[in-house]
Write a protein that binds this ligand. Structure first.
Ligand SMILES: Cc1cc2nc3c(=O)[nH]c(=O)nc-3n(C[C@H](O)[C@H](O)[C@H](O)COP(=O)(O)OP(=O)(O)OC[C@H]3O[C@@H](n4cnc5c(N)ncnc54)[C@H](O)[C@@H]3O)c2cc1C
Length: 382
């Protein structure tokens, strides 16, 4: 039975899903282990993804993309993450932050910055988190001070995907000191070759090694005023809206990883012998596999429901938080169970189950740690 069965995916998103599955089988899966080992940026796979029309194509056709909607991006995420989370993150981050420019940017910004991303001549990133602050979006300290003709950015960002590799980033910085702490932030397009922009890779991670995050230092980095995205002071709200979409897709990261864990566990127990029979014949093992399926199918049903709700802007924050939390935690649970069923072989570093086990620790953190999602669920359910 196909775990990532297409019947739950809206019809219009199935072509993208098929393309993603084919691409993942040909380019992601066979390269997953090598890139995990080397920890290098998977430029070749990224370029193949661009040639296949599967990178940065959420950008509208008007600016050179394919205009993939949320369902299509989610369908692609499930397939890519099942094949390998590290490479998948790199492929999906190539247009990170662009959605906000598309929705709130000026026509000039869209021509100058979105088009090269959609046409795969450039890649982008989103810089929000800082070394001392991650969860508290209204507590970030990187400052943008108004100067003649624009702003000067000073401060640090951490964990930023593509901070070293990207051509430009959407950067979230503090422009005010008002009592309403949610109205003090603004988004800027910052070119990574600007004076005063320095980035280096953060230390090596235990999982998703084929994706790269960086530490940025802004030192009086000038940004022209025409690079403000939306209005000054509106950054927090724009970002919160963007995260609703992103969290549905991160749910898809969890679902892809959970599917990989289940596949791997099922295959292993059917081939492994103990006490004169294959391990899958023990009822306790069957129950473990059933629990994995129960978790997976519940999360997937919720995630696709959330996709529809978020696309319709119907209590989007609530549904996005539910989906992100459930799907990423089902992934950690399935990985844990998959490890158990592999016995000693679970800890061999070249095993797919071991890679999944390391990777599942990550989507529970990014786009808002799951404790923060629980705060949002409680607050928005009242
Ligand atoms: C692989 C990876 C890629 C990432 N990519 C990006 C990127 O491209 N751009 C970007 O800007 N950021 C990125 N991030 C950063 C990510 O969004 C943050 O790590 C995340 O928001 C958590 O922030 P923090 O690590 O500073 O944790 P902290 O804010 O220090 O929180 C630590 C823990 O404290 C608890 N906690 C904190 N506050 C609360 C609260 N109010 N209620 C309950 N519990 C709480 C939670 O358990 C939380 O996990 C990435 C992170 C990772 C791991």
């Amino acid at each position: 039975m196909d775990l990532l069965d297409e019947s739950i995916v809206p019809e219009h998103a199935r072509d993208a899903k098929h393309e993603a599955r084919e691409f993942a089988a040909e380019h992601i899966e066979p390269n997953a282990e090598a890139y995990y080992d080397s920890g290098e940026y998977p430029w070749e796979v990224l370029e193949a993804g661009m040639d296949a029309g599967l990178v940065a194509q959420d950008i509208d056709e008007e600016y050179g993309g394919r205009g993939f909607d949320l369902a299509e991006v989610l369908a692609i995420a499930e397939e890519f993450y099942r094949a390998d989370a590290g490479i998948a993150l790199t492929l999906q981050l190539a247009s990170f932050g662009c959605e906000m420019v598309e929705q709130y940017g000026t026509d000039e910004q869209k021509e100058e910055y979105l088009r090269p991303i959609a046409e795969n001549d450039q890649i982008s990133g989103l810089a929000v988190s800082e070394p001392e602050t991650g969860s508290d979006l209204a507590g970030m300290t990187t400052k943008a001070e108004a100067v003649d003709g624009g702003y000067e950015l000073t401060g640090e960002k951490y964990w930023v995907g593509n901070a070293v590799e990207a051509d430009w980033l959407t950067v979230y910085a503090k422009t005010g000191d008002g009592e309403d702490r949610y109205s003090n932030y603004t988004l800027f397009i910052v070119e990574t070759d600007s004076d005063g922009y320095e980035a280096e890779h953060i230390p090596e991670k235990m999982g998703m090694r084929a994706s790269k995050q960086g530490h940025i230092v802004f030192d009086d980095c000038f940004v022209p005023e025409e690079n403000v995205v939306g209005s000054e002071g509106g950054g927090f709200y724009v970002l919160a809206d963007f995260f609703n979409h992103g969290r549905v897709v991160v749910g898809g990261h969890g679902l892809g990883l959970a599917a990989a864990a289940i596949e791997e566990a099922e295959e292993f127990v059917h081939g492994r012998n103990a006490f004169g029979r294959t391990v899958n014949e023990f009822q306790a093992v069957q129950h473990t596999l059933s629990d994995m399926r129960i978790g997976f199918e519940s999360a997937r049903a919720l995630n696709w429901r959330a996709c529809e709700k978020v696309a319709d802007s119907d209590d989007a924050g609530y549904w996005a938080a539910l989906a992100k939390t459930k799907s990423t935690e089902v992934a950690t649970d399935c990985a844990e169970k998959g490890m158990k069923l592999h016995g000693g072989r679970s800890i061999l570093t070249d095993r797919r189950i071991a890679r999944v086990y390391r990777d599942v620790r990550i989507p529970v953190i990014y786009e808002g740690a799951n404790d923060i999602q629980r705060n949002l669920i409680y607050r928005q359910s009242r």
